[in-house]
Design a protein around this ligand. Structure first.
Ligand code: TRP
Ligand code: ZN
Length: 861
């Protein structure tokens, strides 16, 4: 039973029916007040089916009145419950006026209209509009919006909504009254309203057809200098979408607002993006290279939604990947073009191999187009977003870049102004490609991570190479039977003495063989070059093969991947063999030394080659995760490398020189490689002063964080000295304090519990702010395996307590936090018991939200 004692019933994709009513126009008036905002909504309604009542969604609304065509309805004319308003008799066509009150001040869930400090703002995706007014809160009801906002003129100089501003005046009561009109019909999840006082950065973009677009970025007073990178990123994104896909912006104004309280990264509301300030504000002193990268990519992401999401939206929420997978793919391509394509790809691959593979192996496994949903917020996942993007990428690989671009153009043209499905998208692709995509469609309906097994046989007498591939997708919790998928397997045949060859293999059966003739020398086969499919791979590589690929492959991702595979295997061997110790080949040290001595022009690439796989990546190789031995082997290898290569790390570090901070590819690479060297050296006692020096000499947050992270991993005195200084220095900057909180919470020593408690008392910590909560507790549960997975269960208990504390305030964020506990079946019996106890404690609470309930119950069942 839920809070309202309604049964918790999931919705199903299979039950979709078209809306019984359409709404052509929405005229919304919001009279802002923290305790009682009055929302008057005038809807032009048309009935599509005979004899049906009009059922509108609504939550936590105080209904004041309902009228049809000016006639006030009485209590007998409608029925009201905690989730809906049903009006029994509605003419074929009519005007419906609904007045209700809401209390943004008390909205801690940050869905609907809420307050971020003194700023009013909205978040309506997925189902937040129902907390603003009674409405058919589903993405396939598209209407044209006119919005009037009224608020105290002095305190709220800026009253914003979607589209174009059509009027502004101050009325006789001193209220500012602003009217907006959005000419593009949209679903209510794209509605937005903002009211506040800001610093504003303005600029202009001229589209390829010569239209002028006014750009406006709204940030907290005093933060204006931190907004320019975001604004520049926006212009780059606008230009990129024109050049790559011929897509132009369509309104005369594009606004971006940064707010401090936000559940996710950002939101693509038509003409009025709302951003988590973490993904807007940056300067050298307070933001890292990674922060800059994220800002550019998320600014791009939300901008790209203007076509893939807004002009063409989703028919229902099961189709979420239609806009998200596609838009992540687009933002990845954008980032690749703006900086290092290889590095972008490596980041994307890491995310798939850690979080996405883990999700596919968890009780929350779902296809990129889920079939059953209790709380939609729970399906904004790495599977829908990032595996979704991989599926789009495979499509591009299969069809080729040009055909793919034509398919996208056809899809957008065919469905402009409509709510579409994933099938519509695939149909457009199929139509331009004249290729049957029916087997490819399975990627949308089948969950789980396919395992590819690759073998090869070289016949010297016939000059033939035969390679074989098999695929097998293990059952997932919600889906047992799996079918063979169409998998593009990009390969490179590498030779010792001659030029390599690249081929695209299409695997569409359980097992397939491919014959290559005229092969005069046995090649080393690079499988899944550029991670051409989101799958696991098992191949028979020797150590030498992997090191050969790592130094010779054309694709940088393949080189990095070979090193990752090398380490994963060595660590796995060590785990299996225990303390006996695995011998590392001399060739390895030669190669590492070579990279350190001649790091080449792409320093970031070199940094990646020198980095060991992290705990999460290693863990995904196991059904049952050997936490303790994995952690200790990982440490042993790191220590060993530090000892064996100390001089090389130190020389490399010293040879890398860099001027004043600039966010620029070359410099990013230098900082990254220096950070990797520092990280290894921090393992050794005689390099502790280097940590102090790196910290003291830093003129930017990237280097400061490099010093802190290195010091933290070496578990020594230096860390407490540096983190104390850091915490004091930045005690007034919440976004930087988040970095401090995260560093504190990810310390591997057991003092972490006490120190987290101390941080909870920090003046800037607030349970109501998702960034703060995540900084402490996601860092703890995701980046501190040592303490989170303590055998005594103290880590699990801390997370369970946190989830229960947060759930009444912000269920969406609480449900995200609970994730690491769900996979309890993958740990040893003692840990299983402890994790399950933590989950049961959560499940045992009365009134837990649907968000948390859905995940916990799926995991315990
Ligand atoms: N559509 C947003 C994006 O990916 C995601 C988002 C922002 C969101 N805020 C949300 C999803 C709140 C669910 C709830 O760009
Ligand atoms: Zn998105």
């Amino acid at each position: 039973m839920s809070q309202n004692n309604l049964p918790r019933t999931a919705k199903r994709l299979a039950d979709y029916t078209a809306p019984a009513f359409s709404i052509s126009h929405v005229d919304l008036c919001c009279e802002l007040d923290a305790e009682a905002t009055r929302v008057t909504s005038v809807l032009q309604i048309k009935r599509n089916l005979a004899d049906v009542a009009l059922k509108l969604d609504g939550q936590q609304l105080t209904l004041i009145s309902v009228a049809i065509d000016g006639r006030l309805l009485g209590a007998a004319d409608y029925q009201l419950d905690a989730e809906s308003l049903t009006i029994f008799t509605v003419a074929q066509q009519c005007e419906l006026t609904i007045i209700c009150d809401i209390a943004p001040q008390h909205n801690t869930a940050l869905e609907g209209l809420y307050m971020a400090g003194d700023t009013y703002c909205t978040q309506c995706e997925a189902e937040g509009f129902r907390r603003i007014s009674y409405f058919p809160d589903r993405p396939d009801v598209l209407a044209e919006y006119k919005v009037t906002i009224k608020a105290d003129a002095k305190r709220y100089p800026y009253l914003l909504s979607n589209g174009n501003k059509i009027s502004e005046h101050i009325d006789d009561q001193g209220l500012r009254v602003v009217q907006w009109h959005d000419p593009f019909p949209k679903p209510c999840y794209l509605f937005a309203l903002v009211a506040g006082d800001f610093d504003v950065l303005t600029d202009e973009f001229v589209t390829q057809s010569g239209r002028k677009v006014s750009l406006q970025l709204f940030v907290d007073k005093g933060a204006i200098t931190k907004g320019s990178f975001a604004l520049e990123s926006l212009k780059r994104a606008m230009q990129w979408d024109e050049q790559r896909y011929g897509l132009e912006y369509d309104l005369d104004i594009y606004m971006v607002v940064a707010v401090d309280f936000f559940n996710m990264g950002a939101m693509e509301n038509k003409g009025l993006n709302i951003f988590n300030s973490k993904y807007v504000l940056a300067d050298a002193a307070s933001a890292t290279d990674r922060d800059y990268f994220n800002i550019e990519s998320i600014i791009g992401h939300e901008y790209f939604h203007n076509w893939t999401g807004n002009r063409v939206t989703c028919r229902d929420w099961f189709q979420l990947s239609l806009k998200e997978g596609l838009t992540v793919f687009r933002d990845q391509e954008f980032s690749a073009d703006m900086g290092s394509a290889t590095l972008c790809r490596i980041d994307a691959v890491k995310l798939i191999r850690t979080a996405q593979f883990a999700e596919d192996a968890s009780p929350m496994a779902h296809p990129i187009r889920p079939e059953q949903v209790l709380e939609m917020n729970n399906f904004y996942t790495v599977t829908v977003y990032d595996k979704g993007a991989e599926v789009i990428r495979m499509l591009q690989t299969l069809l080729g870049r040009d055909t793919f671009a034509k398919g996208l153009a056809l899809y957008l043209q065919r469905h402009d102004g409509q709510a579409a499905t994933c099938d519509d998208f695939l149909q457009a692709m199929q139509d331009v490609a004249a290729q049957d995509l029916s087997q490819f469609r399975l990627w949308y309906s089948q969950s789980g991570t396919p395992l590819l097994t690759a073998t090869q046989h070289y016949d010297a007498t016939r000059s033939q190479l035969v390679v074989s591939l098999t695929q097998q997708t293990p059952p997932t919790t919600e889906q047992t039977d799996k079918q063979p998928l169409l998998i593009p397997v990009q390969i490179e045949l590498l030779y010792k003495g001659k030029a390599s060859q690249r081929h695209l293999l299409l695997l569409n059966e359980i097992e397939q063989q491919y014959l290559f003739e005229g092969i005069t020398e046995a090649p080393v086969v690079v499988w899944l070059e550029h991670f051409s499919a989101p799958v696991k791979l098992s191949a028979q590589y020797t150590d030498d093969d992997l090191l050969f690929i790592a130094s010779q492959a054309t694709d940088g991702v393949a080189r990095w991947d070979a090193m990752q595979q090398f380490w994963s295997r060595k660590i796995a061997q060590q785990v299996a063999e225990g303390a006996t110790g695995v011998v590392l080949p001399p060739a390895l040290f030669k190669l590492l030394q070579h990279w350190l001595e001649q790091p080449g022009s792409d320093k970031a690439m070199t940094a990646e080659l020198l980095t060991l796989p992290d705990f999460d990546t290693l863990a995904e190789q196991y059904q049952l995760i050997p936490v303790d031995s994995l952690l200790s082997c990982l440490n042993q290898f790191k220590q060993l490398l530090a000892e064996q290569l100390a001089a090389s790390f130190s020389n490399c570090y010293n040879a890398l020189k860099i001027g004043p901070y600039q966010y620029q590819d070359q410099d990013v690479g230098v900082r990254r490689l220096r950070a990797v060297c520092l990280n290894y050296l921090a393992q050794l006692n005689n390099y502790q002063s280097l940590l102090h020096a790196h910290y003291a000499n830093s003129d930017n947050m990237t280097d400061t964080m490099a010093a802190l992270t290195a010091a933290q991993q070496s578990e020594n005195e230096v860390f407490s000295q540096l983190i104390n200084d850091f915490g004091k220095r930045w005690q007034h900057d919440a976004l930087v304090m988040d970095k401090c909180f995260a560093l504190v919470a990810s310390q591997s020593g057991e003092q972490v519990f006490e120190e987290i408690d101390t941080m909870l008392m920090h003046p800037l910590f607030s349970w109501k702010n998702p960034n703060r909560v995540r900084a402490l507790f996601s860092a703890f549960s995701l980046r501190n395996p040592q303490q989170f997975h303590r055998a005594d269960g103290k880590g699990y208990q801390l997370l369970a307590d946190t989830v229960l504390r947060l759930d009444p305030l912000n269920p969406q964020v609480a449900a995200r936090l609970v994730t690491p506990l769900l996979s309890w079946r993958r740990f040893d019996t003692d840990r299983q018991q402890q994790m399950r106890a933590a989950l049961q404690q959560i499940a045992g609470q009365s009134n837990i939200s649907n968000d948390v309930y859905e995940k916990v119950s799926r995991s315990l069942n």
